[in-house]
Design a protein around this ligand. Structure first.
Ligand code: ADP
Length: 487
């Protein structure tokens, strides 16, 4: 048997825990590499040096060098910093004009900032002191231009020879679509055939779409669950990219994400009122009472507590939830919302929480510690998403014995087994269509089961026995890297 060679992977992302996170991408980028790394795999993560990165990390970063990044006719400064954290090497790209902003996303010049990041990732490859990647693993639209620039501007240069690219879609909704004035002026792609991969025509005009470029230029495309990989090949979920996914189905696959089992561990979590496990589920009650007390809800073990921990956007199926709020408030249940996002949802939730303070609480902020207390204290967690590439919330909920109520889509379908009242099998509750009545029906089934504590506890145990640790996914990524690198 031939001995396998060590594979080097540069994992490019705009966010990673614990440095900065706005959603699931941050969890994945900050957790997966550590699970892949071994004597045969060296995965290093490359990130922007954002203002939001806590000082305790920024102070520990080691400055390596600086160089210029060509962006159209511009030459922009890029400083390279390195930090080793929990066994993983992180590179941070510094340019205060682009990254030292109050918001990581949503700035008026995102098109340029993001293009700078992708270009800087490529330019950095030639400046890494001891690391030549075999694979450049890009994630979401923030790094979608990397495979395009690699083809257009770096082919034939020895330090880039043989680098293979993977593009992982965490969320297809965000594509980086801009006016084509960026095309030549910022991106410098005028006259390069690979540049055409980002062009789209609209009503006689042109626009650029960063994500489309990655889908056409990457050697492999992955997404974060097998079901979502199928779904995006169709028009409903494809976000206008379904034609490309169908054409490239042979290089498209889905690998389910995992969660950090050390961080989300009810038996040792220091953030929750009382630690518990599948054999000491009684102690979960203390967390429920503590949560009810903290949020001013009626303190009662008998009333089932449903929770929603989410970005408050249309994707998350909140229209279904707001539609049935009047019905829910008439039932014996409590509802806890933790989230920030669109004003219409924030206002609806806070209005109902104000009207029914002993039954409903809405905390409109991003609060990691509170999210742990809710996973531990809730009985059920709602994820009625319109689409869900993978979803981590349902896995976190199951880990803490809180049963997920989900819509059967994407990763929710791949990770939650619907409760079967005849066999007792299942790890949660689900419904198929994007319909408020179906959500209410699934919640009613959950409430019904909750009134039978022994049966409820059996399903909690099923949920807690599932393995959503990163080990399984890490194995699949290793296989993919190996296959792609051909060594
Ligand atoms: P998405 O990436 O679409 O936002 P995921 O389910 O993949 O959804 O990941 C969401 C992550 O963000 C989970 O870890 C969840 O606990 C966390 N989260 C979402 N909203 C909040 C919030 N307001 N406060 C704390 N954590 C949150």
């Amino acid at each position: 048997m031939s001995r396998q060679k060590k594979l080097n992977v540069l994992f490019a992302s705009f966010e990673a825990v614990p440095f900065f996170k706005s959603g699931g991408l941050g969890d994945v980028a900050g957790t997966l590499p550590a699970y892949i790394n071994s004597s045969l795999y060296d995965v290093r993560v490359i990130l922007p040096k954002l203002k939001a990165i806590p000082k305790r990390f920024a102070d520990k970063m080691e400055y390596l060098c600086n160089y210029e990044v060509p962006l159209g006719w511009r030459r922009q400064y890029c400083g390279l910093f390195r930090l080793r954290y929990k066994g993983v090497t992180y590179y941070f790209l510094d340019n205060e004009f682009y990254f030292f902003r109050n918001n990581a996303y949503g700035e008026f010049d995102d098109g340029e900032r993001i293009a700078f990041f992708s270009k800087a990732v490529l330019e950095t490859i030639a400046h890494l002191p001891d690391f030549k990647p075999d694979i450049l693993h890009c994630n979401d639209w923030h790094t979608a231009l990397c495979p395009v620039f690699l083809r257009a501007h770096y082919s034939g240069i020895p330090s880039y020879d043989g680098i293979k690219t993977i593009f992982t879609v965490h969320n297809l909704k965000f594509q980086g679509q801009y006016s084509d004035y960026l095309y030549g002026d910022i991106l410098g792609l005028e006259g390069y055939p690979a540049g055409d991969t980002i062009l789209r025509g609209y009503g006689g005009g042109r626009s650029v779409n960063y994500l489309q470029g990655a889908l056409l230029c990457s050697d492999r495309i992955t997404t974060v669950s097998p079901s979502y990989a199928d779904e995006i090949c169709g028009e409903y979920y494809g976000e206008q990219m379904d034609g490309i996914f169908r054409a490239r189905r042979g290089v498209l696959s889905g690998i389910l994400n995992g969660i950090d089992y050390k961080l989300f561990d009810p038996e040792h979590d220091p953030l929750i009122a009382e630690n518990f496990g599948p054999d000491s589920l009684g102690k979960k009650k203390a967390n429920k009472l503590a949560l009810q007390k903290e949020l001013g809800l009626e303190e009662s073990e008998e009333v089932p507590v449903f929770a929603l921990i989410s970005r408050l956007t249309e994707q998350k199926g909140l229209d279904l939830l707001t539609y049935i709020l009047p019905d829910l408030m008439g039932r014996k249940m409590q509802l806890v919302i933790l989230g920030i996002g669109d004003r219409k949802y924030e206002e609806a939730f806070s209005w109902y929480a104000g009207k029914y303070p002993s039954k409903m609480a809405a905390v409109l902020s991003f609060d990691e510690a509170l999210s742990h207390r809710i996973y531990a204290g809730a009985d059920a967690v709602l994820i009625p998403s319109r689409f869900e590439p993978c979803g981590l919330t349902q896995m976190m909920a199951m880990r803490y014995g809180s049963l997920p109520v989900v819509r059967e889509t994407g990763g929710l379908r791949d990770s939650v087994i619907p409760y079967n009242k005849y066999t007792g099998e299942g790890t949660g509750f689900s419904f198929a269509n994007f319909n408020a009545g179906e959500l209410l029906d699934a919640m009613d089934k959950a409430m019904e089961l909750y009134s039978h504590p022994r049966k409820w506890a059996a399903v909690q145990k099923n949920a807690m026995a599932q393995d959503f640790s990163w080990h399984t996914s890490a194995k699949k990524y290793r296989q993919l890297y190996r296959e792609l690198a051909g060594k």
